[in-house]
Design a protein around this ligand. Structure first.
Ligand code: PBG
Length: 329
């Protein structure tokens, strides 16, 4: 039989040429930011829970940045893995002159100045308890204002080392405004702030904490007094509005895949560029299911990233950035 149907949406799906013409969302290396880990060892080691992701030596970090720059990646986010012996309750090593992060930023900016370097502003790589800041006197919470003061110093040191973009990932109140003022006062008014504005207390960070050696005890470290409740979206808008008022240049939602509604809501609430972080657990779950033969690796990977863009992300931090830029399938 033949329906009397003048409107047939399937006409737009009949061939590859037409599907390409009407495609609404595209992934481009221009929008991808590659997170990279560096440690102080002389060799690189693969991170067990993140297949294909390395803890780089300084030399191999520079080599990786040279290669991804050639592939068209515009920015990298560098995370240091600090040995336990250098951690303490106040994260003092974070402010130590010439610590691993500052060395890494200097080396990368010297070798590949065209790549934008993003650094996290948070104390978790350096604190023995793994929290993003210093604790209150009773040790039961992170002290907001004390932490912000330290983060301002850290952001200035990162800018001095050559960071183009500093990314406060700590979720303290008022840190964006304080960091902006500190940067400007130190002569870094051109350094951007990419604020982890809506960062949720997520179980999807598990493999990352493993990667930076931040698995303090067996019990998952709880950051619920500063990171957001995964149940909330209106509160995410409040955080974004505040960060915008305080001078953020780019706002981020993190994680990405389980928070597509938040990305969309944030996109509609601000005219700032919106970033999303496809975090370690999102990466790991695709790898794990593919290894079991339960999901098709490339198609799941590509769909996960496309969905984040479709939701409204202008840029995506993703551990898949390099292979997407390589067109590897
Ligand atoms: C901490 C930080 C985290 C991530 C980036 N910066 C973890 C956390 O908040 O505990 C997570 C990244 C990922 O899981 O890929 N400042």
């Amino acid at each position: 039989m033949s329906l009397d149907l003048p409107i047939r949406p399937r006409r737009l799906r009949q061939s590859n040429a037409i599907r390409r013409l009407v495609r609404e969302t595209r992934l481009s290396p221009d929008d991808l930011i590659l997170p990279l880990f560096v440690h102080a060892e002389s060799g690189s080691v693969e991170i067990g829970s993140m297949p294909g992701v390395m803890r780089h030596s300084l030399d191999s970090l520079v080599g990786e940045c040279e290669q991804v720059a050639a592939l068209g990646i515009t920015a990298v986010a560098i995370f240091p893995c600090i040995p336990a012996g250098k951690k303490d309750p106040v994260g003092a090593h974070g402010l130590a002159e010439d610590n691993l992060l500052f060395q890494a930023v200097r080396r990368v900016k010297t070798a590949v100045p065209e790549v934008a370097v993003i650094t996290d502003v948070a104390l978790d790589p350096y604190t023995s308890h793994g929290h993003d800041g210093v604790l209150t006197a009773d040790g039961r919470d992170v002290d907001n204002d004390e932490t912000v003061e330290i983060l301002c110093a850290l952001a200035v040191l990162e800018a001095e080392a050559g960071a183009d973009i500093v990314a406060p990932s700590d979720m303290m109140d008022g840190r964006v405004g304080a960091i902006r003022a500190a940067l400007d006062q130190a002569g870094f008014s051109n350094v951007l702030i990419l604020s982890y504005a809506a960062k949720f207390a997520s179980a999807f960070y598990g493999p990352f904490r493993n990667a930076i050696g931040n698995l303090v005890e067996k019990d998952a470290l709880s950051k619920v007094t500063y990171q957001m409740d995964p149940a909330n979206v209106r509160e995410a808008i409040r955080e974004v509005v505040l960060d915008e008022e305080e001078g953020a240049d780019i706002v981020m939602v993190k994680p990405a895949g389980a928070y597509l509604d938040v990305i969309r809501a944030v996109k509609e609430a601000t005219v700032l560029p919106v970033a999303a972080y496809q975090v370690s657990g999102e990466y790991a779950q695709i790898h794990a299911a593919a290894r079991l033969g339960w999901l098709d690796y490339e198609r799941t990977r590509d769909e996960s990233l496309l969905a984040i863009k479709r939701a409204g992300a202008d840029m995506i931090l993703t551990y898949f950035a390099r292979e997407i830029a390589e067109g590897r399938s």
